[in-house]
Design a binder for this molecule. Structure first.
Ligand code: ADP
Ligand code: MG
Length: 330
């Protein structure tokens, strides 16, 4: 049974950056305003995510890392988000099958915190009282210690740290009311350090730098005249002064960081057709639409999504992008 659990867990948590994505999303779900990530050895030795969110109640700690334990399944609407987000209550459980997980947490109602550690879905001993300020800290040690081949492959393919920095940068520009930091263990300074900002542009400036922030155009699209599709998009796209060798597309759908290959290609095509002399674009987009219109079509952890009425939505976005770029170039 434990081998089966481990293999399943390795599917959910494919590499250090996927563990961090799950942990940061949990911190965001807990209404945190500050999220700090520390990483050692690209996340294979240590991942530590600390937040100032609402914490985990003492009585919830024993089952926290059991499969399908979730506190987020209360309303009918959530049934759709299960579908759209692929799985529920599997992330922490999965981590305990492929690493050693320690949780330190305090809720506002408590005078002190508790610390509990987990292995193979089970809490190892009664939670120990400890000092804690606010929120939750989750520590993942020795990720894939029991998956030798996976660990070797990851070690040979280079450190996940750049991917982790990229991930935190993306979260930071979408959740502008939250401050994020990401650093290597023992490093004096953080590689992502965003303080809560008042605008997207400010957030992008602090994370991606002035050269990105000063060359952006606002884009907006919505569609309420289709009986079966209602969507709203707002975002930013680089103008012809922006220079980059690679496309950056930061896409949030219903506040979840996802990928949509078809949309990315469509925007890239209209960008290079409209600004033939420009380099590759920087694109940030936030799309909101009914959650039952979002489909995870590959694997839940890959976050590749497709949308109901995708063609219509893409055409609408392409038209907006084209007209905005044309106006800016005149
Ligand atoms: P899910 O997020 O799908 O519910 P997870 O395995 O990621 O499943 O987390 C299980 C549960 O642990 C969550 O539903 C939540 O109640 C609790 N939890 C995890 N991380 C945090 C956190 N940082 N702050 C508060 N609660 C948390
Ligand atoms: Mg989660």
């Amino acid at each position: 049974e434990s081998v089966v659990n481990r293999i399943a867990a390795g599917e959910v948590i494919q590499r250090p950056v996927s563990a961090i994505k799950e942990l940061v999303e949990n911190s965001l779900d807990a209404s945190s305003t500050s999220i700090n990530v520390v990483v050692k050895d690209g996340g294979l030795k240590l991942i530590q995510v600390s937040d100032d969110g609402h914490g985990i109640r003492y009585e919830d700690l024993p089952i926290l890392c059991e499969r399908h334990t979730t506190s987020k399944l209360s309303t009918f609407e959530d049934l759709h988000s299960i579908k759209s987000m692929g799985f529920r209550g599997e992330a922490l459980a999965s981590m305990t099958y492929v690493s050693h997980v320690t949780v330190t947490t305090i809720t506002p109602a408590q005078l002190h915190g508790y610390r509990a550690s987990y292995r193979d879905g089970v809490m190892e001993h009664q939670p120990k009282p400890c000092a804690a300020v606010k929120g939750t800290q989750i520590m993942i040690e020795n990720l894939f210690y029991n998956m030798t081949a996976r660990k070797k492959t990851l070690q040979n393919s280079g450190d996940d740290y750049p991917k982790i920095v990229d991930l935190l940068s993306r979260f930071a520009i979408h959740h502008i009311n939250v401050s994020f930091s990401c650093r290597k263990h023992g490093a004096p300074r953080a590689d992502v350090h965003s303080v809560a900002s008042s605008s997207k542009i400010d957030a992008i400036r602090s994370v991606y730098g002035v050269s990105v922030a000063q060359n952006l155009i606002a884009i907006e699209a919505s569609d309420d005249d289709l009986s079966s599709s209602v969507f709203e998009m707002h975002g930013l796209i680089s103008d012809s002064n922006y220079i980059a060798r690679k496309i950056t597309m930061v896409l949030f759908i219903n506040d979840r960081l996802v990928e949509c290959g078809a949309l990315k290609r469509a925007v890239e095509i209209v960008y290079s057709a409209t600004l033939p002399k420009a380099s590759k674009p920087f694109i940030y987009m936030s799309i909101v639409l009914p959650s039952e219109h979002v489909d995870v079509n590959v694997h839940p952890t890959k976050r590749e999504v497709s949308l109901l009425n995708q063609e219509v939505i893409i055409e609408k976005i392409q038209a907006v992008v084209e007209s905005k770029l044309r106006n800016s170039n005149d």
